[in-house]
Design a binder for this molecule. Structure first.
Ligand SMILES: Nc1ncnc2c1ncn2[C@@H]1O[C@H](COP(=O)(O)OP(=O)(O)OP(=O)(O)O)[C@@H](O)[C@H]1O
Ligand SMILES: [Mg+2]
Length: 608
């Protein structure tokens, strides 16, 4: 993934935002990890003093000031024992300090990590909620969920496990190095020989492996997309007996994904083993040369011991540095994948942000529309619906009916120069989107119910709606009787995706949900297709009584549903083929008359 400067800046800003609330804990954990590093560094010095100065009798002038004072305090009877006891106490104190620092580190690190993850999840979710409908149509749910879970986890692990250790690593490296230099520059040089090789080796290795990690991540996304789709579409899979096929498809993707990790295993294993060899080499050099130096009297045994401790202490940060680079590339990829979501522009009003009182006159003025780069779906569509009247829309599948109402609801935006949609004379571009949508009650072609109670599903727009209002809307949608028949009535929990309701019951719940809002504009997109003709008629007459002054758009394939509409529009391949009342159209000799004949049972011959 190539990252431009703008992307890098965005990443940085995004991280800063994510870190809000957890930064202090990150700083605390870094401080604690530095303290624990210092404790690690001091211990070998105490051992060295015990061996070289107390036991070995080296002159006190070579001691650091604090140690000289400490040893001087123990002068007197049984000096050596008292000095050893003092140094042991110092070692214990350092160990205690280390334990406390480690405890503080773990606690603050966990706190930082969990706060960070919570903030990231919250931010991502609230952003996802505000992304345009078109964006959601483009991105697979499985992939989005993958980014909101795995990628967040990777990023958290990197920041919490690696970044909090960064200063500790730097301090351990620098201080070990300076202690070693202070003790014996020549041996330090020898011990340091493999270090640049280790660092360069891990750098180049991880740069190469980054792409493989990205590939793995994307394949994991594909895998969860298959699983997610299968769970959602479980009915189709069963109905068509496609279990075997879907299972094979999943297994194929699963194997592919597993293979990708397997392929990574070999280079990773090689990397870690070669790294081990190199680190071992570093220790080996120190052991051998240090021993030689001691034999020649160039070095004291205590110094040798301390030197070895520091050298061993360095291998961890040096290796960590390699690991950090590895995880940095992984975390960078995760960050990029999260950015892809966060960078997608939220739905925003392009024009002015007006909130006019809506009466309901709707005008489509030379509207043409295409989904992205696809062929045009609507061509030069113009019509007017006076406020308070009902427009019926008839048209074959794919003729653009749903598209028409989605444009009215601003789920898709009209491009410049592709016509205008006006409500009460105001271009909908200039009306605040949330205001517009609150004024339009739409029953979608494919109703979706949340896994909540029926009452909650009906009162989805506002939790404050009273039970009386809910029931009244349900009555108008011919749903009340059905619901009252359930043991728990309106408190019946609708199962995952409303599976416990029949298709027609779901549609009627969706109608009740729209009616309870009492919007000035009502749209029914093929909303009665799943109920029988009798119920259809009942619902229509109760709706008519309720519509009052609302402007209604009624999309249907049934002539009976449309016949009472003030005006009917016949849409054919995205163009208006006919317009008029039922009476006018049924004898106009066009598409409408043909469909009329077929549906009234006269058969195709009569229609001809
Ligand atoms: N998000 C989309 N991206 C690309 N093309 C789309 C999209 N949604 C719909 N289309 C296409 O636009 C055309 C019109 O679709 P639309 O849903 O408006 O038809 P419709 O008249 O409502 O049909 P139906 O009666 O079956 O509901 C179809 O050819 C469809 O394939
Ligand atoms: Mg449709």
């Amino acid at each position: 993934m190539n990252r431009s400067t703008a992307d890098t800046l965005f990443n940085r800003r995004m991280l800063r935002d994510f870190l809000r609330g957890s930064r202090l804990f990150f700083l605390l954990s870094m401080l604690a990890s530095v303290l624990s590093a210092l404790a690690d560094l001091v211990a070998p010095q105490i051992v060295r003093i015990a061996v070289d100065h107390v036991i070995g009798g080296a002159p006190a002038e070579q001691l650091p000031a604090w140690a000289a004072r400490l040893l001087a305090a123990a002068q007197g009877q049984g000096t050596m024992q008292r000095q050893i006891a003092l140094l042991t106490a110092a070692l214990l104190l350092v160990a205690l300090g280390k334990v406390l620092a480690q405890y503080g580190y773990e606690v603050s690190k966990t706190r930082a990590a969990e706060t960070l993850v919570k903030t990231m999840r919250d931010r991502l979710f609230s952003h996802l909620e505000r992304l345009p409908y078109a964006w959601h149509m483009h991105n697979s749910t499985g992939d989005i969920i993958q980014r909101c879970t795995s990628d967040i986890e990777t990023l958290k692990n990197f920041l919490a496990e690696q970044m909090t250790n960064l200063i500790r690593i730097v301090i351990l490296l620098l201080l070990s190095l300076s202690f070693m230099l202070g003790m014996d520059p020549r041996l330090t040089l020898i011990a340091m020989l493999p270090v640049p090789v280790i660092i360069l080796y891990s750098f180049f290795f991880h740069r190469r492996i980054g792409e493989a990690f990205l590939d793995c991540d994307e394949n994991e996304g594909l895998l969860s997309a298959i699983a997610q789709e299968n769970l959602t579409g479980v009915r189709i899979v069963r109905a068509f007996g496609r279990e075997r096929y879907e299972q094979d498809r999943f297994e194929a993707q699963n194997s592919l994904y597993t293979d990708k990790w397997m392929k990574l295993a070999r280079p990773l294993a090689a990397f870690w083993s070669i790294g081990d060899v190199l680190s071992g080499l570093q220790i080996l050099l120190t052991v051998v040369f240090g021993a030689l130096f001691c034999l020649r009297g160039r070095m004291r045994p205590g110094t040798y011991l301390a030197f070895l401790s520091y050298c061993a202490m360095m291998t961890w940060p040096v290796r960590m540095l390699g690991r950090m680079i590895a995880d940095m590339s992984k975390a960078g990829i995760s960050l990029d994948r999260i950015r892809a979501i966060m960078q997608a522009p939220e739905e925003e009003d392009a024009g002015q942000r007006l909130t006019p009182q809506i009466r309901g006159e709707i005008v489509f003025d030379h509207v043409s529309f295409a989904y992205e780069d696809n062929a045009e779906v609507l061509h030069d569509v113009s019509f007017r619906i006076p406020a308070g009247t009902t427009l019926g829309i008839l048209g074959g599948t794919g003729s653009g009916k749903s598209t028409l109402v989605m444009l009215l609801d601003k789920l898709y935006e009209l491009s410049e120069g592709q016509g205008q949609i006006r409500i009460d004379g105001v271009n909908i571009r200039d009306i605040r989107t949330d205001h517009l949508r609150r004024s339009i009650g739409m029953v979608l072609q494919e109703p979706f119910l949340f896994s909540r109670t029926i009452a909650e599903n009906i009162a989805i727009h506002d939790g404050e709606v009273s039970r009386g209002q809910i029931r009244e809307a349900a009555r108008a949608a011919c749903l009340d009787e059905t619901v009252m028949g359930f043991a728990k009535g309106y408190d019946t929990l609708v199962g995952e995706r409303g599976l416990t309701l029949s298709g027609g019951q779901k549609q009627r719940t969706a109608i009740a949900r729209t009616l309870v809002q009492r919007t000035p504009i009502l749209i029914f997109d093929d909303s009665l297709s799943a109920v029988d003709t009798e119920t259809d008629a009942k619902i229509r007459s109760s709706l008519e009584a309720r519509f009052g002054s609302a402007t209604v758009i009624l999309i249907s394939h049934r002539i009976t549903t449309l016949s009472k509409a003030d005006r009917i529009l016949v849409l054919d391949h995205g163009q208006i083929a006919e317009q008029g009342s039922h009476e006018e159209l049924k004898t106009a000799g066009g598409l409408y008359q043909r469909i009329c004949a077929i549906q009234s049972g006269l058969g195709e011959e009569a229609a001809e």
